[in-house]
Each structure stands twice: as C-alpha cells, then as structure tokens.
Design a protein around this ligand. Sequence first.
Ligand code: AMP
Length: 553
Amino acid sequence: MSDEEDEKPRHFHEMELDDRILKAIAKLGWLQPTMIQEKAIPLLLEGKDVLVRARTGSGKTAAFAIPVIQRILCSKKLATEQAIKALILAPSKELCHQICGVVKDLTYKCSREVRCIDIAPQVDLSVQKPLLVEKPDIVVGTPARTLQHLKAGNLNLKKSLEMVVVDEADLVFSFGYEDEIKELMGYMPKIYQAILASATLSNDVKNLKSLILHNPVTLKLEEPDLAPASQLTHYHLYAEEMDKAAILCSLLKLHLIRGKTIIFVNTVDKCYKIKLFLEQFAIPTCVLNSELPAAIRCHSVNQFNQGIYDIIVASDEKSLEDPGTKKEEPAKKSKRKKDKESGVSRGIDFQCVANVINFDFPQDTQAYIHRAGRTARGNNQGSVLSFVSLKEKQLLEKVEKKIRQGENDESVFKTYQFKLNEIEAFRYRAKDAWKAVTRIAVREARLKEIKMEIFNCQKLKSYFEDNPTDLNILRHDKALHTVKIQQHLADVPEYIVPPTLKSLTGIARKGKRKREHFNTSGSSSSKFEVKKSNPLLSMQFEGFKKKKKKQNT
Ligand code: AMP
C-alpha cells in the first residue's frame, strides 16, 4: 500500500454505511470487505479522488459502488429534486451490465431511492431517452455511448453530477476511447469526485489520471497478479491438437472434471469447433466471443453464473485489449464485424469457476494471467489445466519464467499425468468426431447462433407476432449443416473406461441414466466426490497415481 497506512475498519459495519447497504451486503453473503474495499471505501467516503490498482476479482466494483450509493443516500436527505449524481464508465457492454448488476444488488433495500440504468446496450438512442429524462441517480455506460447521449442532449451532467468512475481504465484507452474521454470532459461539471480503477498503471492510465483526477490518493495493492498456489493450481500437459480433443472429451465424459469450467481457445472458429465436437458426445456447452451480439453474451454469462451451463467455450479476444496487435493482424482476422465494446476475458465476472482449461495455450503471460484469474476468485479454490502442443512449448516456457513463486523461485506448473494409451477408445471416437466438424459446420454454427439471437430479441419477437410470414421466411432461409449426431458417442460403455478407473467411476452403470451424460457438475453422488477443494485433482487417474507415488500431488 503506498498511502494511508493507518488503521482501517475490518468490517463493513465499522464503515458508517447506511443500514440498507449493510443489509444488501449481508444478503450477498459478504462477511467482510476485501482488501481493496477495506482501503478504498473509507477514502472515498471522505470525498477523496482515488486511483485504485487492483487485480480482477479483487472486489473493486463494490469498492467504488458502495461509496457512490452511500453518498447518494446521504444527499437524498437534503435534496429537493431528482438528479443524476454519478456516472460510471467502463470499456465494454458486458462490464457495464455487470457493474449495473452489482449496483442493483447493493441497492436492493433502497431501489426506489437509488436508481441505476445501464445505457451501454446498442438500442436506438430514443429508446433510452425516456429513462434518462427520469434522471436516474446512477448512469452506467461506455464512453462512446455516453457521449452520444450527451451530444443528443439526452443527458445533462453539468449541474448535478457529483461522482465519476472509470472502471478498467487501462482498457478504456486500448479500446480506443481516448478521444471520447477527452470530449466527455467538456460535459462534466468543474467539481466532482473521481475514481479510476485499473488492473495496471500504464502510461495511458497516468494520462487519464491527470485528465480526470485531482490530487488523488493512489492505492496500489501489493497483491500478486494471481491467487497463491495454495488456492490456484496450475497444471500442464503436452499434447497435439487431436490428442487435446480426445483428452478433453474423456475428462468430461468420465466426470473427471468437477464444477464449472471455462475452456479457452484462441479463435472464434475454434470456439465453435470445440462446441460442435463436444456436442457429438452430448456435452452441452455455451460459446462466448466478441462477435456475438451483446445480448447473447450477457445472457450466456448470466446463465453460466446461474448454473444453467457448466461449460463455457471462450475465445480470448486479445486484439480487443491490445490495439497494437489489432493493427498488425487485420488480414488474418475474420471478415465479420467485431464489436469494439465487447471483451471476453478481462473484467467479466464468471462466478464460481472451478477450472480453466487452456485448450489453446494463451499467446502471452498477460493473457495467461487473465484467463487463470477467472478461477480462484474470492476465497474459492481453482485449477488451470493447459494443453500444450510442441508449437506452444515456448509460450509455456515464457509464462513459466514469469510466474514463479516460493523462496526457491519454483515453477508453479505441475505436470498433469495422463496415460494416453488408457483412453485409446476415446481417441478413436474423438478422431472421428473432430474430423466431422468441418469448416462448413463451423460456419453454419456461427450463423445459427446469430439466428438464435434474432429469435431471442424481445423487440423482434413482437415484430414477428405482427408479421408471421416474415418469421416463416427467416426460419426457412437456410438449412443448417450441423454435424451429424451419432447417438452411440453420447454413451460411455464400460469397455472404453480406462481399467484404472473402472472400480471408481461406475460410469458404465450410470451411462444408462440419461442425466449422467449431461452432468459434469459436482452434483453427482458418484464415488468421484473427491478433492472438492481442488477439482482438477480429481482428474488424475487413481491407478496411475498409485504407480507413480507422490510424483504429482
Ligand atoms: P470484482 O473484482 O468487483 O469483479 O468482484 C469479484 C467477485 O468478488 C464478485 O463475484 C463479487 O461478488 C465478489 N465480492 C466482492 N466483494 C466481496 C466481499 N467483500 N466478499 C466476498 N465476495 C466479494
């Protein structure tokens, strides 16, 4: 911590917060503030400008949301008219949606007094105008969207605004919002309290700091980028593409992966390739990438957080975070328009993720850290399993060099022991299933996803109610070449279960029960109720462990 070393309150109730906020915090089950909340909330309540550097998952959203709500509740006691008091800017629509969700959770006991709207969704400005006319207390939006409303005269912040927050400030710049931020400043009042939250304190953030903050307190949490090894275990395993697919499929079908899992790949096409591949084994997954419309992405993350899906396949959209890469690689990128205001791996709160699987190894250490940061959040345990091809070996070595820990500066990576020859039958099946996912099938799957979005869109739903013929045309416009489902692939007959696992899983027996095919979560009562504290430990073949005693704990 750079400043303010004096004693800070250890509990929320020592922070002189409104009772309604304390009740909401209790409902969320937060027993005590996270480190960043403990430091930032008192400073913000004193009215100071603050620059917060904290890693994703540190609880920084509530660190700024709680003081914002508190300040609004206080000013309401004296206020005579309704006014917009706080503006929260974030670089992507997902983040805006998430921040608004946190504010709503924290104001559930005072939702009439403190109203918050998210203007990030790309609907027509006129749709959001009436919401802004009502002057909600808190407005959340991307810089570009907020500027559009300001220019259209739908928003007037000059008279009433008291607080400005910029979340994930480093991304705000790399998403190309610099000009918008500068322009936005012209619409701000002369005096306001400002908060910048960022995972890194880059030069860009320093520029933003001088633009927005006045004599700020800088909070640099001396936190490592990643949770400690006692909480987050890193495994790696060498395999080429085909074997990666076979191993992934066998781990899932044999229920050796427990809990919610994010599978990361490096391209959007690969997302669909994995989805279609696993679909053939009756393993349902949900896809997340920046080409999908915001509504679908938010819906997917929400459903994942609600436990409707156990597996998300996500492409790490590095180009969105790093404009340099974007400039170098335009030719390689897809022709379909990408959404500047969308990002997948940074800042988005995937809740209670037990495992991160890097099917493709991330392109650099930062990306590895971002992906790994999706798990082991709060006080939860988590694991990262990286599949590494020969080509990717160098990338692993780079990451290994950067993330070392302990007195001996040891590598955090453990070798994940996996006997490929024990899953020969899986390999055989996986090979066919992998080949069946052709480029056409991938393209069709991407189209299908877009179609689904249209069906899901509330606005179009009512349009189709009035124009049913249009709906028929849309439904019949193109036959989808989905990958042919072969029913036998969904089953796990006893003869393909590795000998070392047969006595443990009872999978052959359970295979007859339909639900088992879909259930990779920890809810099964199988003998695999093991090592809940570290889900991926349960992936190791017991028999193998006996043979290689203590080699890999
Ligand atoms: P954030 O860094 O704001 O994205 O928060 C990461 C996660 O931590 C979210 O799922 C929050 O619900 C959770 N969280 C925030 N504050 C606390 C707290 N004081 N205790 C426990 N969990 C928290």
